[in-house]
Design a protein around this ligand. Structure first.
Ligand code: SF4
Length: 436
């Protein structure tokens, strides 16, 4: 094959779902003269795949586009959620960009880029089964659906990504098989609403349980579910996870708030009491289960009573991992026009109050883990501190849950599976030593 003499680079912003799109975009360049580079100064074409979920993400997207526009010798293409939402404005404000491709035009992404390059390059169509997996070679994300049907009052996702569409069951299994053949040990299932999988199929089958059963049979070391909607989690699903071979006993269940008054305003299903029962049930069936959640502080209409109820809820449930975002007022969403918008300083104060509480909870929870043995994947090595990093069922990828650091006398390699004993605990991190 002739040497590749041109280079393409991509900057992927936002969540793992966007990363999967970026991986598919890179794969459109296979069999061409373009090789992939991580250095924008070398690239003949730079693609910025943006996120437009909240204000901070939009700011980051604009900064990145402007930064990449400095590389004058490259063509600049911008894709993703932010483009989907703000195409006209962006076109006007950033004329340096050569090509804008919103999500609804991904079907023609390859032809649009070919036309812009105008150098005879023939790209492939974006194909979910063809991705340049950019995560370390022992782990990958696996997307199981697109869009969302929930229309939570604060969220722009259904307007950006459209209604919920499950990926065909066979296609997911085929992709999982390809990942397994590549030597991937850990997969993380992603979606906007993982528990909803299959509900848009005739007879609502196959559903998430069927999918998990099939994936569990494939022999992955670990399968992690991300983004479960609280009131869609059935007893059957919990029981299956409990007895499965490879599904992590890790429950990522964003609750957003724990006051019935706010849940209604947010247009969330269920009640605070219902969510409490769910978490209690998971812990009863699987005392070792890790609970993670996400909250929004300062949603319009939020008052001191709501904050108090949420704090009481968190004190009682004691999540292992928790994230809080200050509410971001997104145009086009229901809550954008709500009265009683909360001041930025109040949002921030309430966010800080929850995080302060969580620091105490997290530290106390982590202390109880001292002496426990945990198995997981080696995911990093810091030469200066001679410390390895481990990912067990306790923590998800991308450092969202803190890290487990440990020492080992024998040399280990990324992706090795090892067992360690926890010897010390910090607020968000754990320390251990290898069990020989
Ligand atoms: S379930 Fe999640 S993605 Fe869907 S509308 Fe609600 S917050 Fe947005």
């Amino acid at each position: 094959m002739a040497a590749k003499n041109k280079k393409v680079g991509i900057v992927s912003l936002g969540c793992a779902k966007n990363l999967v799109d970026s991986e598919m975009i890179l794969a459109t360049f296979r069999d061409t003269d373009y090789e992939i580079t991580s250095s924008p100064s070398e690239a003949d074409i730079i693609i910025v795949n943006t996120c437009g979920f909240i204000e901070a993400a939009k700011k980051e997207a604009i900064e990145t586009i402007l930064e990449m526009a400095h590389y004058n010798n490259s063509k600049l293409v911008v894709t993703g959620c932010f483009v989907e939402r703000n195409l006209d404005e962006l076109k006007e404000e950033i004329p340096e960009v050569d090509l804008w491709i919103p999500i609804n035009q991904y079907g023609e992404l390859h032809t649009k880029i070919e036309k812009m390059l105008n150098d005879g390059t023939k790209l492939h169509k974006m194909d979910p089964l063809q991705r340049v997996v950019s995560t370390p070679d022992y782990c990958a994300y696996l997307r199981i659906s697109e869009g969302c049907n929930n229309f939570c009052a604060f969220c722009a996702i259904p307007y950006i990504r459209g209604r919920f569409v499950s990926r065909p069951y066979e296609e997911i299994l085929e992709e999982a098989k390809l990942l397994k053949e590549k030597g991937i040990k850990e997969i993380s299932l992603i979606s906007q609403d993982t528990t909803y999988y299959g509900r848009d199929f005739p007879d609502k089958k196959p559903n998430i349980l069927d999918l998990l059963k099939a994936l569990d049979e494939m022999g992955f070391y670990s399968i992690r579910l991300l983004y479960l909607y609280p009131d869609e989690i059935s007893d059957e699903l919990i029981d299956f996870i409990g007895k499965s071979r490879s599904i992590a006993h890790y429950f990522d269940i964003p609750i957003q708030c724990a006051s019935d008054h706010l849940l209604k305003l947010m247009r969330r299903h269920g009640t605070a009491e219902g969510m409490k029962e769910l978490f209690r049930k998971i812990k009863e069936k699987m005392p070792e289960a890790i609970l993670r959640t996400t909250l929004i502080s300062g949603f319009p209409g939020e008052n001191l009573k709501d904050q108090k109820e949420t704090i009481e809820f968190l004190n009682e449930l004691k999540f292992d991992h928790l994230g809080v975002f200050a509410y971001s007022r997104e145009e086009g969403t229901l809550a954008y026009n709500y009265p009683h918008q909360v001041r930025e300083s109040t949002k921030e104060r309430r966010r800080a109050e929850i995080m302060e509480l969580q620091r105490h909870i997290s530290y106390r929870q982590n202390k109880t883990r001292i002496g426990l043995e945990m198995e997981g994947l080696v995911t990093g090595y810091d030469k200066t501190r001679d410390l390895y990093t481990l990912r067990s069922y306790w923590n998800a990828p991308d450092d969202i849950d803190g890290n487990i650091y440990f020492k080992s006398k024998r040399t280990l390699y990324l992706g090795d599976i090892v067992k360690i004993k926890i010897t010390d605990a910090y607020i968000y991190d754990l320390i251990g030593e290898i069990v020989e």
